[in-house]
Ligand binder design. Sequence first.
Ligand code: ADP
Ligand code: MG
Length: 368
Amino acid sequence: MTEGVWEAPGRVNLIGEHTDYNDGLVMPFALSRTVVATAARRDDGILRLHSADAPGGPVELRIDALAPGRGPRGWTDYPAGVLWALREAGHRVGGADLHYESTLPAGAGLSSSAALEVVTALAVTELYGVGLGRQEMALICRRAENAYAGAPTGIMDQTASACCAEGHALYLDTRDLSRRQIPFDPAAHGLVLLLIDTGVTHAHSAGAYGERRAGCESAAAALGLGSLREIPPEELPGALARLTDPVQRALTRHVVTENGRVERVRAALEAGRARAIGPLLTEGHASLRDDFAVSCPELDLAVRAALAAGALGARMTGGGFGGSAIALVEASARERVAGSVERAFAEASFRRPEIFAAAPAAGARRLS
Ligand code: ADP
Ligand code: MG
């Protein structure tokens, strides 16, 4: 039996990378690719999970026996973690049947994990009549991902999936969770934002994420700060002068300049100057590649080839070490840029990338 259908989107981060665990600024937008959940309540306290896109049949879990910290058990950690986190927070949700179908590639840096969490939270809270604000929902989902699935990620992905609006990027200050919808409609400006999925995931990505995060925390501690967000761009030279460790200096430089780029992208978009964000995207890539050291040959090549073919700007998006890059291009140059990137990948004997146009889409919602 079905009581309703919900969907939650993946996201692309336009700018603001590796800032969300530094109390910093991010600006993601939602994709039209989503995880769809068909759901119904159950009265026997069982959570029955099935995904058309995961191996194996349905998994049945007793909701009163859900507990984190026993090591990863696979994809069901994400939705089970949401039920656990909701109940931990005192929300009265019970058993459910949840069937998922997805148009969002998993592990491509487009945040399928957050989409899976948010669609679960939205479906279950609506089924059980629990009134939960979107930001609160995102926090529950992050708790599921951090504490239950064991992935130490920031708040951007879940907030993007829960809170984005069509035709807009979401400016989010992760320090106080204030947010603002920023008009971003490439097509209205005669532009296309290409998403270039390299199809690669490098093995060290999980460990490197934790290392970068710990490196940022130790840099903040060395400066006597709670987080690197406390350094405004104009105080960067002074902060760098007080750091002796070259890795801490490079991490700090990325985070502080990246927060500055988010503000500049926001200002340009609010002024209706969409083309002006191109160089800021490219600058962000160089910072991630050289200072934060989270790029990889495939991402660097995607950016280089896109720029050489006339893209206005390009950068890796997401955590790095694979996943996707974005390129802002004139609509008339779309085929040329995409073709150049494909040829460059073929010449380098890299996997053929998947390239599509990404238009800012709606956040999580009920479909029926
Ligand atoms: P990303 O969020 O960038 O896609 P993650 O590694 O954070 O990458 O999350 C991917 C994981 O999320 C998958 O390995 C799988 O466990 C889970 N997942 C995502 N989408 C689905 C889906 N449609 N069905 C089942 N599990 C999914
Ligand atoms: Mg994820």
